[in-house]
Design a protein around this ligand. Sequence first.
Ligand SMILES: Cc1cc2nc3c(=O)[nH]c(=O)nc-3n(C[C@H](O)[C@H](O)[C@H](O)COP(=O)(O)OP(=O)(O)OC[C@H]3O[C@@H](n4cnc5c(N)ncnc54)[C@H](O)[C@@H]3O)c2cc1C
Length: 436
Amino acid sequence: MMVSDVADLLIKEFGEKKIKISKDYLDKYGRDWYKGIEARPSAIFFPEDEKDIRDLIIFANKHKHPIVPSGGRTGLNGGATAANNEIVVSSEKLNKIQWLSDRNQIKCQSGVITDNAKEFALENNRLLPISFSATSSSTIGGNLATNAAGAKFIRYGATKEYVASIKVVLASGELIELRKDVLKDATGPNLMELFFGSEGALGFITEVTLNTFPLPAYTENILINFNDINLIQEKILKTNNKNIISAVEFWDSNCQKLFNKEKNNNYEVLIELAADSETEINKCLEDIANLNADVSLLNSKQTNELWSKREEIPVKLADLNAYKLDICIPIKNLKSYLNEIYKIDLDKEVYCFGHLGDGNVHVNIVSDTNLEELKSKIYELTISLNGSPSAEHGIGQRKKHIWADFSYYSDKLKLLKSLKKSMDPNNILCPKVFFN
Ligand SMILES: Cc1cc2nc3c(=O)[nH]c(=O)nc-3n(C[C@H](O)[C@H](O)[C@H](O)COP(=O)(O)OP(=O)(O)OC[C@H]3O[C@@H](n4cnc5c(N)ncnc54)[C@H](O)[C@@H]3O)c2cc1C
């Protein structure tokens, strides 16, 4: 169907308040953070409730016209980019939020901005530990659809770990609810998992109930300059002190230079300690002080500055047009992985930072001439160490090549394709994304 025909039909059926087709809307809502794919949406739809989404999905099936769910558009791989005349379905107006005081849970629509949900938890003296630099724009629905993690993974796990229930509109138009109220549940596989990381291709998440956590009574932050990854891994992360660590963010000397800082050491690591007793924190600080490393205990001003610096790294690298790889390596292989990368990259074009506690390294290549060569060598190295090419950013349209490169995902791909076929026979949900 012609783009103008779809737009006319949509306006006729849903009205001009919910359907936008002007250039400013198409430009703004047609794509995510990744600028490498041109956006060509046919229209932007702003549903106000689940019925609107169901009606649109029925429309899409009837006209065999594809749609792309869209949240805060902070995705890094073109998952929310409508490159082929898809109708973008924005969750922007799905922003209701409610506190369930008897269970310390947040019940919210999927378009609630992540920081608003975190703030809401804080107002109720609780912690929602989703922590990364894009949470001022990302949405709870987008976080789950990409299986987002971040700095606090080491202590609290990925966002999906806090989910008590979700509602999803399937490609058939049916609205379903899946719950996880108990710790043990042997009623078959946990099917909620199907939608975590499914990047909009298996259903539109409309509502989410999230568990929250007690606020830690004491926190401290420290900065360590170091040369050997094993110092952090063996002497800190493999001791009982790990239990009170809530973030271990590292960056290499190339990243330090983004802040015009020359360093003698290879890495800096920002560690957040959080505990209910001061004694536990002091014991941990004492152990770390005895490591004979370059350690600084940060006051609150320095802590804020260091966290801002950490969050600025991906933004500064994006300004340099960096190609971003989001690798996860089995922790025992991390030291050799980083050593090998710097052997490949003799021209210092590769910038590494990330989450040391879970083996997630964001490898960024800033090179006009060596990009393809460096990329394929780094992927080869990742494969040789049984790593993942996507720790927390998903696949989108940009990284679909990984299915061919990483042969150990071939059975997963087969299963995903057959699920997709049975759940979305008309292929209307994100037909160009991810595994399609
Ligand atoms: C500077 C920067 C730093 C980042 N750091 C991190 C990090 O540390 N950790 C991390 O995990 N991510 C990080 N990201 C990536 C990004 O913020 C996350 O992937 C985030 O979860 C995306 O949420 P969103 O609402 O913006 O989703 P969008 O970008 O709008 O969409 C992402 C995908 O989810 C689908 N989708 C969106 N909403 C729904 C819905 N309601 N139902 C079904 N599918 C939906 C879309 O179709 C698309 O495929 C970073 C991004 C930036 C720009």
